[in-house]
Design a protein around this ligand. Sequence first.
Ligand SMILES: [Zn+2]
Length: 258
Amino acid sequence: MRAWLQRWRETRTLERRAIPEPLWQLTLARFHFLSYRSTGDVARLRDMATLFLARKEFTGAHGLVVGDEMAVAIAAQACVPILELGLAWYDGFVGIVVHADAVVAQREFTDEAGVVHEYQEELSGEAMHGGPVMLSWVDVDEAGESAEVGYNVVIHEFAHVLDMSDGQADGVPPLPDRTAHGAWLQVLSGEFDAFCERVDAGQDTLLDPYAAEAPEEFFAVAAEAFFVAPLGFRGEHPHLYALLQGFFQQDPAAHAPP
Ligand SMILES: [Zn+2]
């Protein structure tokens, strides 16, 4: 689309379909980490969430009705990571499927002896290349409280979307050049290895031990804590905090309440 036409459409959307003030204030109050930035940035987050709502399609699974309050809660949290990067980072998908609760998925894997093992995995969210993004409403709804332990399903899944923008889920989002790519790998892999050792040793960690599953999960879990528990995360992972601060071009710890 031509740039001027897109700008005109966006202006019209912001004028006609802006998130109503009471609903926006309710959303900020429920998810206090949304306001870990300047007043101007919070206003930009609202505009971005408005445009996100206009571009994406929400579907409730099994008859779930996705009301305005739910859609705004998801949009606002989804836009936090791209506040400085821009909404175009989410252009690769349109659909967001909301389930009432976690979804049980049937999985199987083949071990070294060739034996197939079947197991069930409970999913609070899932992101696939090209979409849709799946979210459990129970988990989204609890995000205000679970921020205390650094947990946020929306930011987790949308961090996967950013990671997969280059076609690969590997914990490395698209970066400007090879130098940035090399620096990213060095910090992320070092932090990931050290984290796995701590988890293996049974130590308590701020990040969910699930992050030890794979580098892409480590990145997504780290992004959650970076935005919703920034002070604790910076204290435990200063180098990783600096890496994410550079990528997201945000410093949530600067505004977070102690
Ligand atoms: Zn994940």
